[in-house]
Design a protein around this ligand. Structure first.
Ligand SMILES: NC(=O)c1ccc[n+]([C@@H]2O[C@H](COP(=O)([O-])OP(=O)(O)OC[C@H]3O[C@@H](n4cnc5c(N)ncnc54)[C@H](O)[C@@H]3O)[C@@H](O)[C@H]2O)c1
Length: 721
């Protein structure tokens, strides 16, 4: 056998998972087959068996489903998947109902299918290490825990109690598992697992009832009650609506999981397992699951493992980082660094301003301290890591200096020249600009090869993405160090090449401007916002324009016109840009910070924002016609086309940077798997066809040139074994 080792000695059958040639154990086809063989062997050996141990020869216990295999599934594979998953669960059932005590020896992490394997043991012993993770993250990949996870967790914790662990995919440590009753004993060290397991088997053997799970006890009652309990029934009558509100109908997995929990709670255990299998088989071949697995598993791993990081540069960790400009961004970056233990110098033109930037960290941590979620000592340590200053000299000895002053070329050049000499030997300089090309800014630097873009998003403490921009002269070492720095503060780095708006700002601009263009066509603003929400964007395009300031968009537009002119060309503004320009220049609607934009922001406490009523009289046309699906398509296709253009132009060099960057930087909907996966998930030809139709109706923004088509095909991901 290649994935499982079976050994029977002194009455103890040990089933050890050890997938050949793989760092982790997965439920690959081979494993499924071998589990059936091992189970048959256990049945044969029954009379000689006193107890059964489930163990792992890897550093983790079991990783779960074979996701590469999943990516290759076609819709027509659903019946086969159903049969396979049923067979695996039949094996689980055979082992756990044999009348012999089964113990899971959890030496390391057990997630998804791995946790479902762990749940086969009547008794579960785990190593007490807070780094070990248990749980069912399937929902985050568009799947459900269909290898008995839903049925068992619901029967262990109840319909209410199990929800966070199934529907919200909440993970837990061994210590938390013990508290929840999901693990029965903790040991200090993996070497102690076997002895603890054998001791339990001995203790158990002296009892009278054969080993069994709670749900196989004839007196079993579901914790909290079944759906026939009026309290549970009351909750269940609203739960689907609450869930639907969250998923907007775009994510089938949590809805299926809830259905499987509730339906399964009303039938016997084996029927419940079958219900679960049906839902899983349907989901696992669905486009949304593939999109999400592609991106949240494979693409995320590509980033974590540094596939976009230049190779052959040693790992790097800065010891002290300086920030120029203690405004919204500078204050946020200082907080993130300090919360990760990184000594930070925060410099602004006056000490007062620098202090104000540091105060942002107080503002974030104080409520936590007051609610008892943060220890005052930890808060004090965090704050002590930030040194506010008005002096450039305070930056002396920093390994990295990031400028986050106003978006102004001359100012950025000046602060670069002032601060660069303060860098420690071998240090590097970064700009947090959101729009200005890095190659141009690097001209102010004495060492442009040590100058890079590190583009944070607002609010810095919440937004996980950081876009690293390689200027024309930036060297590999600097890109690699920027990458390591970003990972060291717990953020997700993507690496892009220099161009106007880089990747994220450029694509983000197409989203909001497509929304603004719709206003220009006379479509009601509320409809435009709904289209954004229903497509799965976090907020509508007009609301985002207000947040980021319409005036900023106009400032960027003016700058772009100037730059084109300087290069001897003429910039032709899009209909959306022209509309936003009118909002600012004609109607003085600059955005939320300036008092109002597409929305009004009433000052009274608790009052909600509402769409600026004048939009109706100024722009709405009574004869305007629209189709909501087409509006949704426009918002997503426009961004996907621009992303594909970035790939074709070498602004982006990988699909994983595109997908992860679009989801975590722009808010491109997770169900699509990101802006490139949206194309692949739709089907390349179907996408091109629809884009062509949209280009015919709404202009060149949707046009896909032969070079872009070529890039889309060239970068298509493959999932070979
Ligand atoms: N706001 C965003 O959403 C966002 C997102 C990503 C990137 N950015 C970029 O980050 C940079 C800063 O943006 P912000 O929103 O934090 O601006 P901000 O106006 O909040 O802060 C800028 C700060 O720089 C300070 N400053 C000016 N001259 C200085 C000097 N010579 N030395 C030190 N400090 C000086 C100002 O006093 C101010 O406190 C800009 O380049 C912007 O494009 C902004």
């Amino acid at each position: 056998m290649h994935t499982i080792k079976y050994e029977l000695a002194q009455g103890i059958a040990t089933i050890t998972f050890d997938e050949e040639g793989s760092p982790v154990n997965t439920m690959c086809e081979q494993w499924q087959k071998e589990l059936t063989e091992v189970t048959a062997q256990v049945v044969k050996d029954k009379d000689a068996i006193k107890g059964i141990l489930l163990a792992s020869n890897k550093s983790t216990f079991f990783a779960g489903a074979d996701l590469k295999g999943t990516m290759r599934l076609q819709a027509s594979d659903a019946p086969r998947v159903f049969r396979e998953i049923e067979q695996t669960k039949k094996n689980f059932r055979t082992l756990e109902t044999l009348g012999k005590p089964v113990v899971s020896c959890l030496n390391g992490t057990a997630l998804g299918g791995g946790w479902e394997v762990a749940l086969v043991g009547h008794y579960r012993v785990a190593v007490d290490n807070p780094k070990i993770q248990f749980g069912l993250p399937e929902i985050t990949l568009g799947l459900i825990p269909g290898a008995s996870g839903i049925t068992k967790m619901t029967r262990l914790l109840g319909l209410l109690g199990a929800q966070p662990y199934i529907i919200e995919a909440k993970l837990f440590s061994p210590a938390q598992a013990l508290e929840l009753g999901l693990v029965h004993e903790l040991v200090h060290d993996a070497g102690d697992l076997r002895a603890a397991a054998l001791a339990w088997i001995d203790r158990h053997a002296s009892g009278d009832a054969p080993a069994h799970h709670p749900w196989d006890d004839k007196n079993y009652k579901m914790p909290g009650g079944t759906p026939s309990n009026p309290k549970i029934a009351g909750m269940l009558s609203v739960a689907p609506a609450v869930l639907r509100h969250k998923t907007r109908g775009l994510y089938p997995a949590p809805e299926y999981a809830l259905a499987a929990m509730v339906e399964g709670a009303q039938v016997d255990f084996d029927t419940a397992l079958r219900i679960e299998s049906r839902y899983l088989a349907k989901l696992i071949v669905s486009p949304v699951a593939k999109n999400m697995i592609n991106t949240f598993f494979f693409n995320m791993n590509a980033i974590k493992s540094g596939q976009s990081r230049p190779k052959d540069v040693p790992r790097y960790k800065p010891q002290k980082v300086g920030i120029l400009g203690a405004g919204m961004m500078g204050g946020g970056i200082a907080y993130v660094q300090a919360s990760r233990g990184l000594p930070t110098v925060l410099r602004d033109v006056t000490l007062e301003k620098a202090q104000a930037g540091k105060n942002y960290s107080v503002k974030i941590t104080q409520p936590r301290v007051e609610q008892g979620r943060m220890n005052p000592h930890d808060q004090a340590e965090l704050l002590a890591r930030i040194t506010p200053s008005e002096s450039v000299q305070a930056l002396q000895g920093c390994d990295l200096i990031i400028e986050a002053v106003f978006e102004n070329r001359e100012l950025k050049a000046r602060v670069t020249q002032e601060a660069e000499p303060m860098l420690a030997p071998g240090g590097f300089f970064a700009s947090n600009t959101s729009t200005l090309p890095i190659t141009g800014l690097a001209k102010a630097s004495k060492r442009p090869e040590k100058f890079v873009g590190i583009h944070f998003f607002s609010p810095v403490d919440k937004m996980k993405l950081v876009e690293i921009i390689r200027g024309k002269q930036t060297d590999d070492e600097t890109v690699a160090r920027a990458f390591d720095y970003v990972q060291s503060i717990g953020k997700i780095p993507i690496v892009v090449n220099d161009s106007r708006g880089f990747f994220t700002s450029r694509v983000f601009g197409t989203f909001v401007m497509e929304g603004a263009a719709m206003i220009g066509e006379g479509i009601p603003a509320a409809v435009v916002e709904q289209a954004g929400i229903q497509a799965g964007m976090p907020v509508g395009p007009l609301a985002v324009l207000d947040e980021t300031a319409l005036s900023l968009s106009v400032h960027v537009l003016d700058q772009t016109r100037t730059d084109y002119r300087a290069e001897g060309g003429t910039y032709i503004a899009t209909p959306g840009e022209l509309l936003v320009e009118r909002m600012v220049k004609e109607f003085d609607r600059n955005g939320r910070a300036a008092g109002g934009g597409f929305y009004e922001y009433p000052k009274e406490a608790g009052a909600k924002k509402f769409l600026w009523p004048q939009l109706k009289t100024l722009f709405e046309r009574p004869d305007a016609q629209w189709n909501l699906q087409e509006l949704k398509d426009r918002l997503l296709y426009r961004q996907a086309v621009e992303t594909a253009r970035c790939l074709a132009e070498n602004v982006l060099t990988t699909v994983h940077d595109a997908n992860i960057g679009s989801i975590f930087g722009i808010g491109f909907p997770g169900w699509t798997g990101g802006a490139m996966q949206f194309i692949y998930g739709t089907g390349i030809d179907a996408f091109f066809h629809r884009a062509e139709v949209l280009a015919g109706k709404y202009g060149n923004g949707f046009a896909v040139s032969p070079a872009v088509k070529d890039a889309v095909r060239r970068f298509e991901p493959r999932y070979e074994t």
